[in-house]
Design a binder for this molecule. Structure first.
Ligand code: C2E
Ligand code: MG
Ligand code: MG
Length: 777
């Protein structure tokens, strides 16, 4: 007999529904999306109108809607029904039954015995409701509810509320933890200046066109100061320097880059103000008993390489320090008895610079960089790898397990890194906080991806604390002239990409990718501003009847007018889709098109249908059918004047959702066009399952056509098949007369392309409108 049995999933319907909902939630990208998936799954299964979670912010007194799911056609209520207050909730939460439900089978009976409840939930216009508690300890954290479940399944849903609420509570807790973690590590605990990582995070997101004043400061005498006074005084000194800087610059412009180095990165400051602020700072620093080396510069724009600016200042700062040392720079305690201590064979170890009680088996601080330079100078291989290493959420680890445990974790990692360094003939070092660095020779033939894999393997071997795994940024180079500081900075840039990531631990520095990422990031920021500045408008590209050559309709194509140039959608539509900003842009274009159609009608011109583009992402932001219905209602235009182009690849993503929307749109009188036909995968099958009003054949078909005797076999069969289903075909991207002639032979109905018209400004299109219109595609 087998020592185990396989237990199949229970098939009673409630358990199955619950399991499905949990699975849907667990495959979501983040906790917030998980709750949404949970609500949608349960909302649908129990035939409810709405499912939602309201949360009480930690110091708030009013519950706010965090998630709401609505059945198709049901209006969301999240805007209307804010206002469940702590005061009202505490009567329910404090009813002595920690997990009790509020289950109202017939809401119309409620006003007679609870007026508060009735006035709060009355506006939801529902007949029944189930509300469960989400608890933080025994205190209210939020509530999860369903409106109008299927009356026959009301009791079943009530029973499931306990596991549902438990799951939701734990998911909300995870979200809260993640929210908290996101801010950890960005601010230096001692001085309250930003950290090095905080700096990179900020700098990556700054618009390139801003002017900037930059100053790099190095507290040259800190070692001596610590030695002569105490570490406590050293700490006070650092806090004091940060305060001096804060008298002239904002909190988010001052960073502590390492033990004794500060950076001022003041964006948006005019040159004259920066220089006078730095003059005042210099005179205050001169009064200190330590020497602070300073390098600074002002730039009319940050440009596309902020690191170069920082490096330049760092270099100026380090030259100033060397010059001061060369001139026999005096430190605190020189010319006094303390002199002897400083001059004595005991030079303070750099561990004292960072942390007095850690005894790590690797080099520390400056020592590490000194050894690294020597090591590089004697290296026989042509390539090195340098990895910056930090521990995810280390500060949180300290908070949870205590400082000693934190130190032990550092020691464990230091030992592991040192062992790796020994084995690989490299150098390992500790750079303060939870930052380590290791450099090692890399074989010329080793593929970078293979190296990343190898490092991942090492991490899984050495990841000692669950959830507090290291994040690693890796630079691979044969250009040793860059200098170790630059290499380390680059490794930190790569590290930023995986910091806080539970699944990817290693990121490789890639100059091109970083450039691209940064440019994209800047473009996205600009696009958001552009939206509020009204820089987006649309051009119209006519669609022409292939037999009569007459304009029958047009497509609206977004155009971004930015700093005197037109930016093409290819540059920003994809980016905005990825970041979720596309919906705001599309809404703006749809609305502008409707407003324009209205103005055409008002001016007595004859309107033609104009189609707008819908991104696949838009489907997840709103109930599009309701959105479009409301839109045309608002502008008083007929739905047939608004065509809706849905790109073919959207169909394959969530067929049910998209087919549902298309059906509703067509029922409401809109014309739905399948855009870019031929670029997706399931084109042919799709045409059978969803009814559309026109098919737009992608430009690729025409570009790759193999025209023989005036016809191309593939194009012809697509057109024939569409016609068999009663769907007219528009050919996109028609550029020549020959293409147009063959398409006519192949019975294509309409063409859109440069051969007839390029996309044109609205005014130009209006002049064309005098031409008679024909059947619409
Ligand atoms: P699409 O919807 O397939 O639009 C057709 C694209 O082909 C347009 O490019 C148009 O200018 C171009 N085109 C038309 N005829 C010719 C031709 O004969 N030769 C060539 N080479 N190109 C031709 P555009 O305006 O750059 O738009 C590119 C894509 O960006 C659009 O492809 C659409 O997917 C997207 N897009 C444009 N406007 C919007 C918008 O408002 N919202 C969303 N979500 N996407 C948009
Ligand atoms: Mg289109
Ligand atoms: Mg297209």
């Amino acid at each position: 007999m087998l020592p185990y049995v396989m237990v199949p999933e229970p098939n009673d319907s409630n358990t199955k529904v619950l399991n499905d909902a949990f699975f849907a939630a667990m495959s979501a990208e983040n906790p917030r999306a998980a709750i949404q998936a949970l609500l949608a799954s349960l909302g649908k299964a129990y035939g409810t109108k709405r499912a939602y979670v309201y949360l009480l912010p930690p110091k708030g007194t009013e519950f706010l809607c965090a998630n709401e799911w609505c059945a198709p056609g049901i209006e969301p209520m999240s805007d209307v029904t804010h206002g469940l207050t702590m005061d009202m909730a505490s009567r329910w939460f404090g009813d002595g039954e920690p997990r009790s439900l509020l289950a109202i089978r017939k809401l119309d009976l409620v006003p007679s015995f609870n007026k508060d409840y009735a006035s709060l939930f009355g506006p939801r216009g529902m007949k029944s409701q189930i509300l469960g508690k989400l608890l933080r300890g025994n205190k209210p954290m939020g509530t999860l509810g369903f409106d109008d479940p299927d009356p026959n399944r009301f009791d079943e849903l009530c029973k499931l509320m306990y596991p549902i609420c438990a799951f939701a509570t734990s998911t909300v807790n995870t979200q809260n933890l993640l929210d908290r973690m996101r801010t950890v590590g960005l601010v230096d605990e001692l001085t309250r200046a930003g950290t090095r990582i905080g700096f990179y995070q900020k700098a990556e997101n700054l618009p390139a066109h801003l002017p900037v004043g930059v100053a790099y400061l190095d507290v040259a005498g800190l070692q001596g100061f610590n030695n002569v006074r105490s570490h406590k005084s050293g700490d006070e000194l650092l806090v004091g320097i940060r305060q001096i800087l804060a008298t002239e610059f904002q909190d988010d412009q001052v960073f502590r880059m390492s033990g004794d180095e500060f950076l001022v990165f003041a964006q948006g400051i005019p040159e004259i103000l920066f220089k006078s602020a730095m003059e005042r700072i210099k005179s205050k620093l001169d009064e200190l008993s330590v020497y602070v080396a300073l390098g600074m510069s002002w730039h009319s724009s940050i440009g596309d390489d902020y690191e170069a600016i920082v490096r330049q200042c760092w270099l100026a700062c380090s030259n100033a320090k060397h010059e001061w040392e060369r001139r026999g720079g005096k430190r605190l305690g020189d010319d006094t008895d303390d002199d002897k201590r400083l001059a004595s064979p005991h030079t303070p170890s750099s561990s004292e610079l960072f942390d007095t009680h850690l005894h790590l088996p690797c080099y520390e601080g400056e020592d590490f960089f000194n050894h690294l330079n020597v090591w590089l100078a004697h290296l026989e291989t042509k390539r090195v790898g340098l990895a910056a290493f930090d521990i995810n959420y280390f500060k949180l680890y300290n908070d949870i397990y205590g400082r000693e445990a934190g130190d032990m974790l550092l020691e464990t990692y230091a030992k592991a890194l040192q062992r790796l360094a020994t084995i690989s003939h490299g150098v390992a070092g500790y750079l303060g906080g939870d930052n380590f660095c290791i450099a090692f020779p890399v074989d010329d033939t080793l593929e970078p991806t293979r190296l990343v894999e190898k490092v991942e393997v090492q991490i899984s071997k050495h990841a000692v604390a669950e959830g507090f795994s290291p994040a690693i940024g890796l630079v691979l180079t044969n250009n040793f002239d860059l200098g170790t500081n630059v290499l380390y900075d680059r490794a930190l840039v790569a590290l930023n990409r995986v910091k806080g990531d539970y699944t990817n631990h290693v990121a490789l520095y890639d100059e091109q990718r970083r450039e691209r990422d940064r440019e994209n990031q800047l473009l996205l920021i600009e696009a958001q501003n552009a939206l509020s500045n009204g820089e987006f408008t649309f051009y119209l590209q006519p669609k022409v009847d292939i037999n009569s050559n007459k304009v029958v309709s047009a497509e609206a194509l977004v155009r971004w007018f930015h700093e005197g140039k037109i930016i093409s959608p290819a540059q920003f539509v994809g980016l905005m889709e990825k970041s979720g900003h596309i919906f705001a842009l599309d809404r703006h274009i749809w609305e502008s098109v409707c407003a324009w159609q209205r103005s055409i009608i008002n001016r007595g011109l004859k309107p033609v249908p104009v189609s707008v583009n819908v991104s696949r992402v838009d489907f997840y932001f709103d109930d599009l059918a309701t959105h479009f219905v409301n839109l045309v209602k608002r502008y008083g235009i007929e739905p047939r004047l608004l065509g809706i182009e849905i790109t073919e690849s959207a169909y394959s993503e969530d067929e049910n959702l998209i087919e549902g929307v298309i059906t509703k749109l067509r029922d409401a009188g809109f014309r739905v066009l399948m855009d870019d036909f031929g670029t997706g995968y399931s084109s042919l099958n799709m045409l059978r399952s969803v009814t559309i009003d026109a098919l737009k054949m992608d430009k690729g078909f025409i570009d790759h056509a193999n025209i023989q005797d005036g016809s191309d076999a593939i194009i012809e069969s697509v057109i024939r098949m569409a016609h068999r289903l009663g769907i007219p075909v528009i050919s996109e991207g028609v550029e020549t007369e020959e293409q147009c002639d063959s398409l006519r032979v192949m019975a294509c109905d309409y063409v859109q392309g440069y051969y007839f018209y390029r996309p044109m400004p609205i005014a130009e299109f209006e002049r064309l409108l005098t031409t008679d219109s024909k059947d619409q595609p």
